[in-house]
Design a protein around this ligand. Structure first.
Ligand code: ADP
Length: 389
């Protein structure tokens, strides 16, 4: 049977996932629901995604043999992380294996400088920037403060990003090839998830508001929908779709952007995968981001993105001072709050600020959802069996 007959053998598809973290885990859950099976590639046995899929290849994302084994076993392969050997992956795609988003696009995004250049060439508005190969005080001063230094490679969750207000902050610089970016005094940070199918069809989710923890540059609470006027929301969706079209991406993408005081929208960065800012879609939207990604990469029709109910989302980060097996403190108190869903990722070990789970709160009123999320933060925490050094 072929897909063009609209008859599918069961399982509908065998999906390969490079990376066995929480994003992969939630993708496996969505894939199973829609009749797909999954194999996960991750260096650690019994990874969060591997636990759910039941099928894991233990290997690194830079091991061409492991990557080949995965894509050869699967109908279509995707990823939940960005730190992958894109040369090896590109060679497998060139040999006819279906890999989405395509490895060339991932290579562009992996390097924050290349990503900015590609977006700038496509006319996507973003903060002014300049490359700096060997960070030095004179180069930073010439660019001008306040600035944001971003490591070209390997950063995530705020690691690899340094906000510098003045020359006095230069001693906190990262000694790696970087780009310097104009500091944007943002009124709000927004994110829009966009899915694009193999046929070029696109759908966008409503813009959400990301409240960051300034000390760590990491997401604190997310609000869906963002508290912006309808015109700004529509403009943010248009910009996000333009961005994914400029990249000719297939799959789901998280487009992070700044809304400035005068109302300008600037793209901050693109995640070529499901995104932390889209976790709320599991409970709050008609089609969640994970199923949407699967639909896009498997050549299935894209789903409706409507928000059914306002939502607030909170990451559950490992409490500082603990490591070892996680201990969930306050689970009963959190679940007693109406509208709360708790997700735990099945990570064997906690560490300071490691993403161990998240909580979504639904409420007819967004301010109420936010207040409940703050209540959850006060009662629920992830400690560990051992003290950390
Ligand atoms: P990561 O990939 O680690 O998430 P980001 O580029 O998204 O890195 O930066 C993390 C956070 O740092 C952003 O969400 C924002 O709060 C802050 N930030 C990044 N770039 C700028 C900028 N140009 N101006 C102001 N704040 C910024």
């Amino acid at each position: 049977m072929t897909a063009s007959d609209d008859h599918y053998p069961y399982p509908v598809a065998h999906l390969g996932i490079i990376g066995g973290g929480q994003l992969g885990r939630m993708l496996v859950a969505a894939a199973k629901r829609i009749g797909c099976t999954c194999t996960v590639l991750d260096p650690y046995p019994n990874s969060p995604a591997g636990q759910l899929s039941g099928q894991q290849i233990v290997g690194t994302y830079h091991d061409p043999v492991a990557l080949r084994e995965l894509v050869s076993a699967c109908d279509v392969t995707t990823f939940d992380i960005e730190d992958i050997d894109t040369d090896a992956l590109g060679a497998l795609a060139a040999a006819g294996h279906r890999i989405y988003p395509c490895p060339g696009l991932l290579a562009d995004i992996q390097d924050k400088l290349r990503q900015k250049q590609v977006l700038a060439q496509a006319g996507i508005p973003s903060a002014d920037f300049a490359p700096i190969d060997r960070p030095d005080a004179a180069g930073f001063a010439a660019f001008g403060y306040p600035l944001v230094q971003k490591a070209r490679r390997g950063g995530y969750d705020g690691r690899g990003v340094q906000v510098m207000r003045s020359a006095a902050d230069f001693d906190q610089h990262l000694p790696v090839p970087s780009l310097l970016e104009r500091f944007v005094p943002a009124r709000l940070e927004l994110a829009v998830m966009v899915a694009r199918g193999q046929d070029g069809a696109t759908v966008a989710y409503p813009p959400v508001e990301m409240c960051m923890r300034p000390a760590e540059n990491i997401l604190d609470i997310l609000l869906a929908p963002a508290r912006v006027d309808a015109e700004t929301a529509a403009e943010a969706c248009r910009l996000a779709v333009d961005t994914v079209e400029a990249l000719a991406g297939v799959g789901i993408f998280g487009i992070e952007m700044f809304l400035t005081e005068p109302g300008e929208l600037l793209v901050n960065e693109v995640a070529p995968r499901t995104h932390n800012s889209g976790h709320y879609t599991i409970e709050a939207c008609v089609t969640d981001q994970f199923e949407q990604h699967l639909r896009a990469i498997a050549g299935l029709p894209l789903g409706v993105t409507d928000l059914l109910r306002p939502a607030a989302m909170l990451n559950l980060l490992g409490e500082p001072g603990f490591r070892g097996r996680p201990v969930i403190c306050g689970l009963r108190a959190a679940l007693a709050i109406p509208g709360v869903s708790v997700h735990l990722y099945g990570k064997a070990e906690t560490r300071t600020h490691r993403k161990m789970g998240h909580v979504t709160v639904l409420d007819a009123d967004i301010e109420q959802a936010q207040a409940k999320a703050e209540h959850v933060r006060a009662v629920l925490s992830i400690a560990g069996e051992d003290p950390s050094a």
